[in-house]
Design a protein around this ligand. Structure first.
Ligand code: ADP
Ligand code: MG
Length: 138
């Protein structure tokens, strides 16, 4: 387990970019943490490093986004609205994992249903613009 503290959104994006460069299609990264912890900021930095040119925004009110990156597609899901994933819902989610690098915010509802993650990221507030970021490689 690697634990880092960042002092700005830019530092969080840079940390995510370093992790992103180790990823390949098929990899799943879960990003957990309370509202405002910086999950979307982290995914934005990762997407940028993967060559995504579109603006990465929170998919809280949709299931997810699928972006074009340089080495393939990159998905960004947010399971905030889910308490559990039914088989029918998994049918809607599955295409986001097909041949992509996938980032999943609020992954708790997907436990046991989503493909096993390559990295588990946990973020929490540490005062002002500081965030503690734990990264586990599975
Ligand atoms: P989440 O997706 O976890 O709800 P967001 O990434 O949408 O969080 O929002 C995090 C907010 O906190 C943004 O406004 C961001 O600019 C701010 N912020 C301040 N410091 C940091 C930091 N060190 N890392 C990430 N975000 C930070
Ligand atoms: Mg978010």
């Amino acid at each position: 387990m690697e634990q880092t503290e960042t002092g700005s959104p830019e530092e969080t994006e840079a940390l995510a970019a370093r992790l992103a460069r180790t990823l390949a299609p098929g990899d799943v990264v879960t990003v957990a943490g309370e509202l405002g912890a910086g999950k979307t900021t982290f995914v934005r930095g990762a997407c940028s490093a993967l060559g995504v040119r579109e603006r990465v925004t929170s998919p809280t009110y949709t299931i997810g986004h699928r972006y074009h990156g340089v080495g393939g597609d990159v998905s960004h899901l947010d399971l905030y609205r889910f308490s559990a994933i039914s088989a029918a819902e998994w049918g809607d989610l599955e295409p986001y994992f097909d041949g992509t690098i996938a980032f999943v915010e609020w992954p708790e509802a997907g436990a046991g249903v989503l493909p096993a993650p390559r990295y588990v990221v946990r973020m929490r507030h540490a005062g002002d613009a500081h965030r503690v970021i734990e990264i586990d490689e599975c």
